[in-house]
Design a protein around this ligand. Sequence first.
Ligand SMILES: Cc1cc2nc3c(=O)[nH]c(=O)nc-3n(C[C@H](O)[C@H](O)[C@H](O)COP(=O)(O)OP(=O)(O)OC[C@H]3O[C@@H](n4cnc5c(N)ncnc54)[C@H](O)[C@@H]3O)c2cc1C
Length: 369
Amino acid sequence: MADTARRFAQQKLKPGYRSREAAGCIERTLIQEMGALGFLGAELPQAQGGLGADCVTSGLLLEEISAGDFNVGYLNLLVSLCGQIIATHATPDTSIEWLPQVIAGTALPALALTEPHAGSDAARLKLKARADGDDYLLDGEKTSISLATQADIAVVFVRTGAEADGAKGISAFLVDLNSPGISRSAFDDLGSRAVGRGSIFFDGVRVPRRHLLGEANRGFVQVMHGFDYSRALIGLQCLALARTSLDETWRYCAERHAFGKALTAFQGVTFPLAECETQYQAARWLCLRTLWLRDQGLPHSAEAAMCKWWAPKLAAEIVQQCLLTHGHGGYSSSLPFEQRLRDVLGLQIGDGTAQIMKMIIARHMTGAA
Ligand SMILES: Cc1cc2nc3c(=O)[nH]c(=O)nc-3n(C[C@H](O)[C@H](O)[C@H](O)COP(=O)(O)OP(=O)(O)OC[C@H]3O[C@@H](n4cnc5c(N)ncnc54)[C@H](O)[C@@H]3O)c2cc1C
């Protein structure tokens, strides 16, 4: 499956990496093709349109897709993250209504947690839901949401209890983003412009009670466990860019000559790349092992946090090293390194910053988790 995904990504995704940035979106036909080929949410249950594969397999597919176009890899990430949340916490009716569409690439999912005043400290969120008969009415704003401009549905974290209750007063809902009362605006981002990060505004949006994910007021505690999965996937997504950049750079060094020799003859050129190779391998194995732990049903929160703080940072450093090794050409938009660097920087913040990840690791090590 990974071989098929690699061929697809190299032939169909890689050539459009730059033009998708200019367009500010990912082509729907392409996404549906990915769905039909089984590249999205492969680990989700067969009964709901997935392949029932393991999380390691899904990670390998995401890695191949991201090597073709890092931003298309966001789709794999969000389908897996939201798909697992829906499969685990939605009612059977809600799940069967939406999950097959998500996996087929006909309904794009987003995850809406961050608010203007609540990012790292997400439990302070304010978006309010009030009960109205068999429905809830949602009012407030989510911001910094990946795929905000393109998504059809979102897993939205909402305050159903008192603000003083913190995390204990938060529920998660599946919201149809084409509902009346929803509006969106796009950010002018440094990178990953094809993903369309932005804000989603809720003005009396009616959501049926059966769209509750998990129990009322327990959504934060129950659903947030899904992030242990996305953190390992993000590591692989970022490292895929590093791998592609390293492969291209080794080839370039063999072809480019200076002072009468190929660049590969100079240890000043090859030693930094050798260090990148070593760290790349270690980080990739950490991500794959974290997915394997998940597949075995073993604890992996600390490992997932390690993947999330280290792999995106390392990938950015590797891409920067590859850019520098390409000399003046690396700095130009005629080569993809500058776009890759801009793109990969975002995921040092998205899904939680390094500081928050290190807090999670420290809590586990000190027994406070
Ligand atoms: C590319 C990208 C994609 C994103 N996609 C999504 C998405 O799809 N859905 C979504 O809900 N959100 C998304 N986000 C938002 C992201 O999750 C938040 O930006 C992130 O959690 C940090 O929150 P903040 O920006 O409000 O920073 P703040 O919480 O205000 O933090 C600012 C700085 O202070 C540091 N800090 C905060 N508290 C502490 C502490 N206790 N100790 C040490 N340092 C601390 C942080 O690490 C950070 O460096 C995305 C962000 C980006 C950049």
